[in-house]
Design a protein around this ligand. Sequence first.
Ligand code: SIN
Length: 327
Amino acid sequence: MVYDKKIVVIGTGGTIAGQSGSAEDLTGYQAGELSIEQVLATVPGAEGYGPFESHQLCNIDSSDMTMAIWAKLAHTVQAYVDREDVAAVVVTHGTDTLEEGSYFLHLTVRTTKPIVMVGAMRPATAISADGPLNLLQAVQIARSPQAVGQGVLVTLNGTINCARDVVKQHTTDVAAFGNSFFGHLGFVQDGQAHFYYQTLRKHTANSEFAPLSTETLPKVALITLYGGVEAELIHQVLQGKPHGIVLAGLGHGILPEKIQQIVEHSDIPIVRSSRTGNGMVSAMPSDSRFGFIVSDTLAPSKARLLLMLGLTKTTDRKQLQTYFEQY
Ligand code: SIN
């Protein structure tokens, strides 16, 4: 098949661009070493899915990602998808914060064109490196007519995942990405993307946060609670004057009594989410009494991003809660 429109491949770094001194070294390597052109050159068969244009946005370990870099990424992707000669965008990204980076673009880029994000769990120098196949499958998904209008998709290990739901679930396994509650949207087999589900939540073309209109986002803290958590921890975070806080609470997003007493009727929005990694945090009668927002089925890291973007529009808690029901 000959394509006339381009896929733009944007490199941001990560293990997919990582190198180490030995093929056996699967953990002690340096992420973000190879350029996006070098990474693309290691993918046999990729040329069949071109033409490509490449763009090196940064080349870092994704643990060093910042909101400013993601904002720049959102503006860059928007500029490419707005171009007539571009069919789709593929973004290579470190896996450690891929769940956040992908959801941020899902909410802030206005398009129906496919945006596929991809990483690797093993560096490019490793025996059985997974990056080349993952990247090949990313461009195969990007060329699929079924990927149109699906928002940002994340692929590793042959799976196709929705950016809203996908989380990193394993420290080193190549099958690290998915959502054990919602599953995958589909998978790639024999060079073909196969889709089975799609999200009903708002994103990209119908997101009111897209296109991203700001570089500086409100400051939102994310705190994971634990048995025996000290009240002091919350006081310290509040001293930093955040515009909002997401609490990854216990079980169904439960806050220990002493934490609840500090944050109830707070003058900043407080979102209850769950540290369990699965399921929904739904509203309880006490939430409206105390002014808490609930995170629905969003992972705490994603709830933080939605609260940040919501706060660019309003501080009204009812409206903020509506965002968590829609996105
Ligand atoms: C990173 O997130 O940049 C390092 C880890 C990885 O990409 O797997």
